[in-house]
Every structure is written in C-alpha cells, then in structure tokens.
Design a protein around this ligand. Structure first.
Ligand SMILES: CC(C)(COP(=O)(O)OP(=O)(O)OC[C@H]1O[C@@H](n2cnc3c(N)ncnc32)[C@H](O)[C@@H]1OP(=O)(O)O)[C@@H](O)C(=O)NCCC(=O)NCCS
Length: 163
C-alpha cells in the first residue's frame, strides 16, 4: 500500500538517496535540491511540503507540495491561491510497478484535505518531452490549461469545491 510520510530527521537520507534514471535527470531536480528549496522557500514565507512516497515500509519516491505563488518568481496565473505538485518522482528501481499512479492518488487525497487553505485547483508542470509524466498526469485527470512555467507545460485538476 502506498502512503506519504513527511520528510523528517528519521527518513531524510533515505529519501535523498532515491534517484531517477540518468535519462530522466533533466525532468526533475534531485531530492536533495528539492528539500533545500523547501527550506529556503519556507523561510521566505512560501509553502513547500516535502514527503516521501512509501510502498509499505519502503521509501520508493518523493513528492513536494506547494500552495500559492512563490516569492520573487514568475508564477503562472494558476498558482495564486491554488495547490501545486511541485516535485514528483519514483526511484529508478521502483518504476513501472504502478506506484506513481497510486502515489498521485494519495497526493490528491492529501490536497483535498486543504491543509494550507481553500483552493479551486491543483496544478503541476512537465517538460514537453516527458511523455511518461504527461500520460500519468492525464490518467489521474490533469489537463493542460494553455499556460507554461518556464519551458514546462502546465496542467490543472479542479478540486471540486473549496474546504
Ligand atoms: C513519471 C514517473 C513518476 C512514472 O512512475 P512509475 O512508477 O513508473 O509509473 P506507474 O508504474 O505508476 O505508471 C503510471 C502511469 O504512468 C504512465 N507511464 C509510466 N511510464 C510510462 C512510459 N514510459 N511511457 C508512457 N507512459 C508511462 C502510464 O500511463 C502508467 O499507467 P498505465 O500503465 O495504466 O498506462 C517516473 O517515470 C519518474 O519518476 N520519472 C522521472 C521523474 C519525473 O519525470 N517526474 C515528473 C516530473 S514532471
């Protein structure tokens, strides 16, 4: 069973050691970089929540949530007042087992508890050539809204009502 656990002093290094395949490295920052960003953006007043993805007791991936605009960044319009799945990865040895689909469902279930405040949507972005991510995101209901975030394509999922 897939669950999400906050990155904490106990699991930090296990999560940092998870990595994607070499040919996937341009698609996502390393988990160490993401956790550093989470620290810095949180200090700047933004929301950045890093979690490990677990298959039973085994860490298999990483997801980081955001909420609202990032300070001093060019944010897509959809970012204001909405949740984002800012980072998402499954370790190279754990891919192709259905973990990503289950983890996306767990991530959306968490977001639907509206932990940081009300919102209409969850958004994310992916590199145009990242067909695995694009297919996965479509499978769980995300659709492109015509925006881009840098060179990445933005896709959005309505959350069906505010909390
Ligand atoms: C994208 C990623 C998370 C998929 O993880 P995974 O655990 O292998 O995915 P799953 O086994 O759960 O498959 C879920 C769905 O993803 C899609 N998918 C996964 N790999 C795919 C591939 N190589 N090509 C096309 N679709 C793919 C499929 O729709 C699949 O569902 P289906 O088998 O029912 O059709 C993983 O490849 C990864 O971590 N990639 C590198 C990091 C990354 O790109 N993160 C996203 C940044 S935007």
């Amino acid at each position: 069973m897939i669950t999400l656990k906050k990155v904490d002093t106990k699991n930090l290094w296990k999560i940092v050691r998870l990595k994607v395949r070499e040919d996937q490295r341009d698609f996502v920052a390393s988990n160490a970089e993401s956790i550093m960003e989470a620290y810095v953006y949180t200090q700047a007043g933004a929301v950045a929540q890093p979690f490990g993805i677990y298959a039973d007791d085994t860490p298999v991936g990483f997801v980081m949530f955001g909420y609202g605009d990032l300070p001093e960044e060019e944010n897509p319009a959809i970012a204001a007042g909405n949740y984002s799945i800012w980072r998402f990865m499954i370790d190279e040895k754990q891919q192709g087992k259905g973990y990503a689909k289950e983890a996306m469902q767990a991530a959306l279930e968490y977001i639907r508890t509206f932990p940081c405040g009300p919102a209409d949507c969850c958004w994310l972005s992916y590199e145009p050539e990242n067909t695995a991510a694009k297919t996965l995101y479509h499978r769980v209901g995300f659709q492109e809204n015509g925006e881009t975030d840098g060179d990445e394509i933005v896709a959005v999922l309505p959350l069906n009502g505010k909390s």
